[in-house]
Design a binder for this molecule. Structure first.
Ligand code: NAD
Length: 273
């Protein structure tokens, strides 16, 4: 490990510091789940190509609920078949080793952190979780487990039976995926916004993994770390705004590499014994 990185981690370890890990789509890339920046994300509706930033919106759901569901069902199938990788397991080890001194803020909806053993109470899914659905007209805030929709490919049509399975058990209207859409706001009830900000406000180390920093709450968490002058380590094979920010900080470091390859050693350095 680079000596400067080892020094930063040792300082946090010996002070029994609090750690917040902020993860994005990149940590699941080694599990075979495409990130949004890859070309894999787009979807054709009618004769037009739509990018994820257009598909994953309330506006699109209002106009084409079946098409939006068809896109999600294909993506959710990829998540269901994926397995947690060494990066997810390393963060679950850190969660167990640090207990209440650890909090995980993830943008991922794929469920791989929990499947690797992360503690739910110490995990904020700030963009939701593909394992759950809720009423699209918010007749209730209750979450329901995602119904079993069978195996789906890109060309699987959306049928009347699918529509029936995706009906709210209370009002009969559409169920929606329990995910934050690009034209919606963060909140505490569904997305644990305040919990994530509170964790950042008391952290001694922000460990950022596999995110391009394009979304608002992750950027705010980076701002908090910068203003408080805590330690900040970014793990990403590519340059990104978090790496630039970390490099501008006294206790900052940018690790150029994949999460599965680099996180296990970083976690070992943060754990006693
Ligand atoms: P992004 O797609 O914008 O960026 C992914 C980042 O991961 C890039 O910076 C890339 O360089 C990096 N990366 C690629 N391979 C990596 C690896 N092996 N190890 C570490 N980093 C790696 O992702 P984002 O910033 O998370 O924002 C996109 C939005 O879409 C978020 O809401 C995200 O959660 C969501 N999304 C989620 C999933 C998922 O649940 N797995 C997949 C795609 C998109």
């Amino acid at each position: 490990m680079e000596p400067r990185l080892a020094e930063i981690l040792e300082r946090v370890r010996s002070a029994r510091g609090r750690v917040v890990a902020l993860t994005g789509a990149g940590i699941s890339a080694e599990s075979g789940i495409p990130t949004f920046r890859g070309a894999e994300g787009y979807w054709v509706v009618g004769s037009r190509n739509y990018m994820p930033t257009e598909m994953a919106t309330h506006e699109m759901f209002e106009a084409h609920p079946g098409e939006v569901w068809r896109w999600y069902l294909m993506r959710f199938g990829v998540c269901r078949h994926a397995q947690p990788n060494a990066g997810h397991h390393a963060l679950a080890d850190l969660d167990h080793a640090l207990g209440d001194r650890f909090h995980l803020v993830t943008q991922n909806i794929d469920g791989l952190h929990l499947r690797a053993g992360a503690t739910l109470a110490r995990t904020s899914h700030i963009h939701g979780d593909a394992g759950w659905v809720r009423c699209a007209s918010a007749c209730t805030g209750e979450l329901f487990p995602m119904p079993d929709m069978g195996e789906r490919g890109e060309d699987t049509p959306f049928t009347a039976a699918d529509r029936a399975r995706l009906s709210c058990p209370r009002c009969g209207g559409w169920l929606r995926p329990h995910v934050l859409w690009f034209d919606e706001c963060y909140d505490e009830e569904h997305y644990r916004m305040q919990t994530a900000l509170r964790a950042a406000a008391t952290a001694d180390l922000l460990l950022v993994v596999g995110t391009s920093g394009a979304t608002n709450l992750p950027s705010q968490i980076g701002d908090i770390a910068w203003r408080r002058g805590i330690a900040m380590v970014d793990v990403n094979p590519e340059d990104n705004p978090f790496a630039a920010r970390a490099l501008s900080m006294r206790q900052g470091f940018a690790v150029r590499g994949g999460a599965g390859e680099r996180l296990p050693a970083i976690v070992r350095a943060l754990v006693d014994g």
